[in-house]
Write a protein of this length. Structure first.
Length: 129
């Protein structure tokens, strides 16, 4: 099944959309995160550029508005990115909503419909005290 993925800020502003094809249903949130990261990294690796707009920051990259800047374009390891994304979810780095329902656990089974939009809401760390 095809699933629409939306990235958004905590204020609700959408920053990116990605259509994932052939997502199994049901699927756990952990599997969906891995599937999403694998696809995004594969698209990036097809044409590496200085800017990566993924779910989590690659090693040695600088956070920018709605993405990350790499000192030099290079191929990324999707499995390392997926592990970092799963860890970020576990530590409240982002939230996931299916439609208007928040998904709380990585092992939660999701039965997705074609009309569902899965939203990844990234939280921004505040600077200062």
């Amino acid at each position: 099944m095809d699933v629409m993925i939306s990235d958004a800020t905590a204020a609700g502003r959408e920053t990116a959309r990605l259509l994932l094809a052939d997502v199994p249903s049901p699927v756990t949130l952990c599997e969906l995160i891995r599937f999403r990261v694998r696809e995004k990294v594969a698209r990036y690796n097809a044409e590496p550029a200085p800017r990566f707009n993924g779910l989590v920051r690659p090693a040695d990259a600088e956070a920018t508005l709605n993405g990350y800047t790499l000192a030099r374009p290079r191929k990324l390891d999707w499995e390392k990115q997926a592990a970092a994304a799963i860890d970020a979810f576990a530590h409240n780095g982002f939230f996931v909503f299916v439609g208007d329902r928040q998904v709380d656990g990585l092992d939660e089974s999701l039965t997705l419909a074609e009309a569902d939009v899965v939203s990844f809401i990234r939280l921004v760390s505040l600077v200062g005290g």
